[in-house]
Design a protein around this ligand. Structure first.
Ligand code: DAH
Length: 349
């Protein structure tokens, strides 16, 4: 064969391989085809054997053609393999992203039961003209106790076992009740005052119905001519609205240093009010009444601390436990359930 003929047959190999590669769809058979051309006994090698028979002057020309064709075959194989991976990736994508499938439902959260109850209570009082007031959870001894007529040696301090912030200085503490918000409000607002103060409070207390951290809702009204009847009216309205039924309340004389007279607020037990037996239930311990908070008329001594004229103004205040309210409405049996974050409890509400 002449040099020309050799070069022509080399060039033909490229086209031949093209035809062979066309129907192949897996890497193994593509590599096999590659070997049939470039392998030791392959078609290109066969042409190279002819090289020796050419006159030396013509060999470089054919040698260059061999290299060109070898490179061309490498490129063809690489292209074909790339096509294969592309096709596989496209197939894969088509499988993963089926845009015609309906979307996966997103698990929606909802407000925590205590938040729901707090917002509801705020809404009920807002209808009566109350606005929300806030105070710090880290409080001074003065706002929490002194100004509320509970001096250091007062026995009432034992009712609220306090967490102090520093052992050296017992002036700064975690508020044990929301009542200091009364003081902060009266210090900065001239009557008429009508506030509701929901918030977290802390006490050294821990059992099925007590937690070291819990939520209270405080109320305070100060104006001219405010009476005990106003207090009872507001509380009765709240209980009826909150429990959505016609429950009675009872104001039982009690003692809180910052109110005079003071009363504990009882409501009819919502769990056994419909039972005819008159025996009550486990929740109200058979009494048919349940205590939900404390209340009373603002003591003139407190007005003195916040410079409100006790001759001109009177007021009432109350404080209730929100966990207790939610417990009564939903039959929650342990106060810890609120804080454990167990989804099986939370998703019931
Ligand atoms: N602060 C009291 C407590 O935590 C509850 C209370 C009683 C609040 C009487 C009041 C009130 O506003 O008038 O035990």
């Amino acid at each position: 064969m002449s040099a020309q003929e050799l070069i022509a047959s080399l060039d033909a190999l490229g086209t031949e391989l093209d035809v062979e590669l066309q129907p192949l769809v897996d890497e193994q058979s593509i590599r096999a085809a590659q070997a049939r051309y470039l392998g030791k006994t392959g078609k290109v090698s066969a042409v190279m054997k002819e090289l020796g028979r050419l006159p030396p002057a013509e060999r470089p020309l054919v040698g260059a053609a061999v290299n060109r064709v070898k490179q061309g075959i490498e490129d063809q194989v690489t292209r074909k393999l790339a096509e294969l991976t592309d096709a596989a990736a496209r197939l894969d994508l088509a499988r993963v992203v089926d845009v015609t499938l309906p979307g996966r439902p997103v698990a929606g959260g909802h407000l925590h039961l205590l938040t729901q109850v707090r917002l509801e209570a705020i809404a009920i009082f807002a209808e009566l003209g109350f606005v929300v007031a806030e105070g710090p959870q880290i409080e001074t001894d003065w706002h929490t106790f002194e100004a509320l007529a509970i001096p250091k040696d007062h026995p009432a301090r034992d009712m609220q076992d306090t967490f102090y912030i520093s052992s050296r200085n017992d002036e700064i503490l975690l508020r044990t009740h929301t009542s200091p918000v009364q003081i902060r409000t009266m210090l900065t607002t001239t009557p008429p005052i009508r506030i509701i103060a929901p918030g977290i409070v802390y006490r050294r207390d821990d059992d099925a119905t007590h937690s070291p951290m819990f939520t209270q809702i405080e109320g305070l009204v100060v104006d001219e001519g405010i009476s005990f009847a106003d207090l009872k009216g507001v509380l009765l309205h709240f209980v009826k609205r909150f429990f959505q039924r016609d429950l009675a309340i009872r104001l039982r004389p009690s003692y809180f240093p910052f109110v005079e007279p003071g009363a504990e607020i009882d409501m009819q037990c919502s769990f056994c009010v419909d039972l005819p037996s008159g025996k009550g239930c486990r929740l109200c311990k058979g009494t048919r009444w349940i205590e939900i908070g404390g209340s009373g008329m603002v003591d003139p001594e407190v007005f003195g601390h916040v410079k409100i004229d006790a001759e001109k103004y009177t007021g009432f205040a109350f404080g209730m436990g929100l966990e207790r309210m939610a417990m009564l409405r939903h039959g929650v049996t342990d106060i810890k359930f609120y804080y454990e974050g167990d989804i099986r409890f939370l998703e019931q509400f």
